[in-house]
Write a protein that binds this ligand. Sequence first.
Ligand SMILES: OC[C@H]1O[C@H](O)[C@H](O)[C@@H]1O
Length: 332
Amino acid sequence: MSHSRTDVLALGNAIVDVIASAEEDFLAQHDLAKGAMMLIDEARAEALYAAMGPGKVISGGSAANTIAGLASFGGKGAFIGKVKADELGKIYRHDLTSLGVSFDTAFATDGPATARSFIIVTPDGERTMNTYLGACQGLTVGDVDAKAVENADIIYLEGYLWDPPAAKEAFRKASEIAHKAGGRVAITLSDSFCVDRYRDEFLGLIRNRMVDIVFANEHELKSLYQTADFETALAALRAENILAAVTRSEKGALAVTPDGIVAEPVFPVERIVDSTGAGDLFAAGFLFGLTSGREVRDALRLGALAAAEVISHVGARPDMNLKVLAGNEGLL
Ligand SMILES: OC[C@H]1O[C@H](O)[C@H](O)[C@@H]1O
C-alpha cells in the first residue's frame, strides 16, 4: 500500500453485485425480506441465480462503494478487503484501483470464491440483497496495514464486517491504530437486521468510543434502540454525544452534532431506478465534506447529491463524476 496521506481508508466486505429486476412476487416466491441484506450459502446462491432474470455484474461492497464515491469527488481513498485471485476478484481490484484508490490487501489464493451479492430490484427501485460472503471470510487482523491506517484522517468500517467471524478483530485493530495515530473512526450500521444481530456490540463500540462517527439510516437507528418511533431513537442517539449522520430516504438526512441537529432535504431525482448503494454514496459525500474541511451542512448536501446520483441508475457506484456534478450544483 502506498503511504501518502489518505482522506478515508475503508475496511469492508469486498463483494461483486449481480443485480436483476423482478416483480414483487419474486420476493415472496423465494422467501426474501424486502429491503434487507440476507446472508446465503453457496447452494442458495446458485439456486437464486438460476431463478433470477438477466443480471448486471458490477463491483459493490458497501464500504468500497463509499470509497469509490469519495474518489469520484476527488478525495484520496484506500480500501482493505478480501477477494480471491479469481476472475471476479481481479476485476474487483481493477475497478477500485482504476479510480485511484489504494487497495493492496493480498488476494486469497485458496478457499471460497470472491463474494457475490444477488440483488433483486423491484419496480419501486427497492433493492433486496442476498450475499454469499465467500472470500470475505478470509479477511483477518493480519490484513490490517498499520501504516495505511495511521496515514488516514478517517477510517470507515462497515457493520457488515461483524458477519465474517475473523473480520471484527481486524475492525478493532484498525480502530485502535487509528486512534493512537490521532485519526477518527467512523462506522456504518449497514442494515437493520445486522443491527439486530450485533446490537450490544455496536452500542459498545459507540459507548467505549471505539468509533467517533456513526452512519445509520432510520431503520437501523430504530433497530439499535429497539423502538418503532424515530424521535425516540434520535433522542437516544443524541444522548450518546457522538457525531452521527442519519439518512431518512425521501425525508432527507440529518447530522447530530454537539451543537444540535442539522437537517437537509434530498436532491430530487426523476425516478428511483435502483436504491442499491444510496447510503454508501451518502456516506461518500459526507466523508468527503468532513475531510475537505467543510461545514456539516455542506457535507450533508454532498451526501444527498451522491445518493441521488447513485439511485438514478443500476449499480452502487457512481456513473457520473461527482466532483463535476457537485461543481455544477455550486457545492464545491
Ligand atoms: O450497500 C450496498 C452494498 O451492500 C452490499 O455489500 C452489496 O455489495 C452492495 O453493493
